[in-house]
Design a protein around this ligand. Structure first.
Ligand SMILES: Cc1cc2nc3c(=O)[nH]c(=O)nc-3n(C[C@H](O)[C@H](O)[C@H](O)COP(=O)(O)OP(=O)(O)OC[C@H]3O[C@@H](n4cnc5c(N)ncnc54)[C@H](O)[C@@H]3O)c2cc1C
Length: 547
């Protein structure tokens, strides 16, 4: 890694003499959105992420851009104005998110099979209300479905398990690619965003106000001290760590709730629609969602301790999710068909009187710690990242005494700015269509850069593994242009493979590691170690999910 680490070190060294308006800690959806918001308002911004962009919760979501039908139900059952407002603003954001990055988002039809006529009427009225609240920002109208219509849309369902169904619409996103598009767009506006840098301490002046921070490069071990006027804590489930670094007197606010998904092959699920299982014994809902040739089933909701380690579904989780899915299917699915799974930690904000994490409102809060000046963005969800970013940067702008207006509602993200699939397709006659389609749905208008690489160097047009759309040109692109430094950065966040198919991720690890080793000048020992470590991590997830 000699060449790349030297470039990195020089780059970060050069930051040491500068004074930033804002440093954002955390490169998930919230931090990336905040860096974009601040940079596009003209502030001098640095974002530091201790792992890879989106590596924590933001690549482990159910991938829905939604108001949340369950939250709407809770709002009415508990007469909660806060919950209702949260659903309303998330529904409004839904259209914005779809518009800002059309190449990695899409509207999705979800069908709720109903067991009784009473249940069908209840969901029909509820989902009409969901449409109504979305007002002008609706993306498709909910409708009643006869049993036959539901079976046509979802042929895997068992007819005897429903009397009718109700269909409605939400959005779907490729969360880790959206996260990266936010980072890349922030960079276009002048933000400096660096992954694999951990903030280890905050620096304060004699009055106790934050003036800078200490950080360390997790790839090289190098340490740096950087100066800033404001620090924004966007570390999601880890937010209390930074809050306590700023002020030891603060009480922890984050309650972590783990949610896992299990992944099945698409062959068990003909059709394009998703299914909402409206009720589980523990008062949750479960989704079955087609996503990139796979079917996601999730999620669970269990309060737990914060962890740094990646985790997937346990044997118990697989059994729990299969039990509910199979209850609706004509042909039950078995544990042996599970291809992969992934889990994330919801950063929920503690509220008075809430005992269970599933009852906590998914709204966000901006906390300003007066003694230190730390701004923390707490809670929220993917769908509302832009609003969270806006509120955080508003607070930071006021603190700096230079408030400026937010403009992100109309800022198209990298990949969608010149996105026109037909123009790109017309220029490609030397790559199979499945590769071109994959590039378009992953990189949007940036696909052309990969296509040109493959055209100029035909050896790079070769597939890394037969049957998968990944070429060496794409690998070179993500390493040289998208800040992928490790095998996991590539296979997990740039391509999302290990979330969907563990065996495939293991197969890719060797050729990806070998190519990266040569390109990044790893030693033979480094290449072997990085590849083995990555494969062991996936093996562990497999073991934890098996009986
Ligand atoms: C199972 C599950 C399903 C979900 N599904 C949906 C959904 O369908 N739709 C939806 O809208 N929302 C969903 N959510 C919620 C959504 O995913 C999260 O609210 C969102 O991703 C949180 O983003 P974040 O940036 O705040 O946190 P994170 O993505 O966790 O990012 C925080 C980052 O801070 C970094 N960090 C921490 N400490 C430091 C440090 N000292 N120095 C530098 N960096 C640091 C971490 O490495 C991490 O990358 C889901 C959540 C879960 C758990």
């Amino acid at each position: 890694m000699v060449f790349f680490t030297m470039q990195r070190a020089n780059h970060i060294d050069a930051l040491s003499g500068q004074l930033f308006d804002m440093v954002v800690i955390g490169g998930g959806a919230t931090g990336a959105g905040t860096a974009l918001d601040a940079a596009s308002r003209g502030y001098k911004v640095l974002l530091l992420e201790k792992n890879d962009f989106g590596a924590a919760t933001s690549s482990k979501s159910t991938k829905l851009i939604h108001g949340g039908v369950r939250y709407l139900e809770q709002a009415f059952k508990k007469l909660s104005v806060g919950q209702y407002r949260m659903v309303k603003k998330a529904l409004h954001e839904r259209t914005t998110l779809l518009r800002l990055a059309p190449h990695i988002t899409q509207p999705l039809q979800l069908i709720t099979p109903c067991r009784t006529w009473l249940e069908a009427c209840y969901y029909y009225v509820g989902l009409k209300l969901y449409d109504f609240i979305s007002g002008k920002s609706h993306i498709g109208k909910s409708r009643w479905m006869s049993q036959q219509q539901a079976l046509q849309a979802l042929p895997a369902l068992a007819a005897q398990k429903m009397v009718a169904a109700v269909a409605y619409y939400d959005g779907q996103l490729d969360d880790s690619r959206y996260n990266l598009a936010l980072i890349q767009t922030a960079q276009q506006y002048g933000a400096i965003c660096i992954n694999h840098i951990s903030v280890t301490a905050l620096q304060k002046n004699e009055t106790g106000k934050i003036t800078g921070l200490h950080c360390s490069d997790t790839l090289t071990g190098n340490s740096y001290t950087l100066a800033t006027k404001v620090v924004i804590n966007a570390t999601g489930p880890f937010a209390d760590h930074i809050r306590l670094m700023a002020n030891k007197q603060l009480t922890p606010r984050i309650r972590v709730s783990k949610g896992v998904h299990m992944v099945l092959p698409r062959t068990v699920w003909p059709g394009q629609s998703a299914m909402l299982i409206p009720k589980t014994a523990d008062g949750r809902i479960i989704f079955a969602i087609p996503y990139k040739q796979h079917l996601l089933i999730g999620t669970t909701d269990e309060e737990d301790n914060l962890t740094e380690k990646a985790f997937g579904p346990s044997t118990k989780d697989v059994q729990y999710l299969l039990q509910y899915l199979n209850d609706y299917l004509q042909h039950p699915v078995t544990e042996n068909e599970v291809l992969a799974g992934f889990g994330g930690q919801r950063p929920l904000v503690q509220q008075a009187g809430s005992n269970s994490t599933k009852d906590l409102i998914r709204d966000h809060e901006i906390e300003i710690d007066a003694p230190s000046g730390l701004i923390s963005v707490l809670g929220g969800k993917w769908t509302t990242y832009r609003l969270m970013a806006k509120d955080a940067v508003d607070a930071a702008g006021n603190m700096l005494g230079t408030p400026r207006a937010c403009i992100t509602a109309t800022l198209s993200l990298v990949g969608s700015q010149q996105y026109n699939s037909t123009t790109v397709i017309n220029q490609v006659d030397f790559l199979p269509d499945f590769i071109v389609q994959h590039l378009l749905k992953t990189y949007g208008d940036q696909s052309i850069v990969i296509i040109q690489l493959a055209r100029q160097q035909p050896a790079l047009a070769a597939l890394i593994l037969p049957g998968l759309p990944y070429t060496y040109a794409e690998l070179q692109y993500v390493v040289s242009k998208e800040m992928a430094f490790t095998i996991e950065d590539v296979i997990s966040r740039r391509w999302g493979v290990d979330l969907l198919n563990w065996e495939m991720a293991i197969e890719l690890a060797k050729p990806v590691g070998k190519w990266m080793g040569e390109y990044m000048q790893w030693t033979t020992q480094q290449e072997a170690r990085y590849t083995t470590e990555y494969m062991q991590q996936i093996q562990l997830l497999i073991q934890q999910s098996r009986l």
